[in-house]
Write a protein of this length. Structure first.
Lengths: 181, 152
């Protein structure tokens, strides 16, 4: 844990040891479930970066991985979500596992799944490290779930506040006064 | 009209239906318009207050109280209610939602409280400030980002 921001404003929800143990469990489960398949791990930048890196090393299969990035809502700008960085490889006929740091409203995952589905993968599943169902709008199927989280503003292990704190090794909840002040 | 029966003010919608332009919709609060913009951004079909659910009747069976959730998302068969009043003022709204769930158990509704919505905006990088109930309630964005950025 770093001293990047005041102790009073945050508390650890999932520490590094517990987090890494769960990632290994997920990796073992995925290894079992995708035997003999052309497994591709895909994540949406930037939040899923650390989870993808650790999960991919916990899966004992000859997989490959790829990245996407999509635009984020900006108030008053209008327009619609779009891909800002597309996959490098074709996924038609492959077994795709979308690796997400967190599923919150489900809006981003719902959009990305619709894009991936249209490209004809043989199999398409979601692996989410964190599931925050309290604010779920788009119901998305999560085949592999790390932890169910309360409706807190989370940072660390890829999750950010204004681009910072992604590099924390634990999942940290910020107190409301820090986020809403 | 009997308890448990509701009268949609619009016909069941095609998921591909397109709502009226935002400027032509009389949103109750600015925050509802922001919610509509977010749904549009993520290409989620929605309708604004399409259904009024009677929730209370007098002795003669006349409707004396009803509830119109803010949004209906046909793709997910989900109603959304934004309660952007301060927490201490939401008791009446909670009672309505609870009554709706009792009378219409098959109706899916999700309520977003002020803090929920402000945290959601914060995740999008939009800071917000609550507006006093006496001044109309809801909230306003406290900053307006000027460029798109990659999703977190």
């Amino acid at each position: 844990m770093t001293a990047s921001f005041p102790e009073d404003f945050r508390y650890v929800l999932v520490d590094e040891t517990v987090l890494q143990a769960r990632v290994r469990e997920l990796g073992a489960q995925i290894t079992h479930d995708f035997q003999g398949e052309d497994l591709r791990l895909i994540t949406v930048l930037k939040g899923g970066l650390f989870f993808l890196a650790d999960l991919s090393r916990a899966v004992d299969l000859p997989l490959s991985f790829d990245f996407m990035a999509v635009s984020q809502y900006v108030q008053g700008v209008g327009g619609a979500v779009r891909v800002t960085k597309d996959l490098s490889d074709d996924i038609e006929g492959a077994s795709v596992l979308l690796v997400e740091d967190v599923v919150d409203t489900g809006l981003t995952v719902n959009y990305v799944l619709s894009l991936l589905r249209a490209r004809g993968p043989k199999r398409l599943e979601v692996c989410a490290l964190l599931d925050k169902p309290a604010r779920r709008i788009a119901q998305v199927p999560i085949a592999y779930r790390g932890f169910e989280m309360p409706d807190k503003f989370l940072v660390g292990y890829g999750l950010d506040l204004d681009g910072r704190y992604r590099n924390l090794k634990s999942i940290v909840a910020l107190r409301d006064e820090m986020v809403l002040s | 009209m009997t308890p448990g029966e509701h009268v949609p003010e619009v016909e069941p919608v095609d998921p591909a239906a397109i709502h009226a332009p935002l400027d032509e919709i009389q949103f109750a609060h600015a925050s509802e318009r922001v919610a509509a913009e977010i749904l549009d951004f993520y290409r989620i079909a929605w309708l604004y207050e399409p259904t009024t659910f009677p929730i209370e009747w007098d002795g003669q069976g006349r409707v004396v109280a009803s509830f119109s959730p803010d949004f209906y998302l046909p793709d997910f068969d989900l109603y959304i209610e934004l309660t952007t009043m301060s927490q201490k003022l939401v008791t009446k709204k909670n009672r309505k939602v609870r009554r709706l769930r009792e009378l219409y158990p098959d109706v899916n509704i999700k309520i977003f409280y002020q803090k929920d919505f402000r945290k959601l905006l914060a995740r999008f990088g939009v800071a917000s400030q609550p507006v006093a109930h006496a001044e109309g309630g809801g909230m306003i964005a406290a900053n307006l980002p000027t460029s798109e950025k990659d999703v977190s």
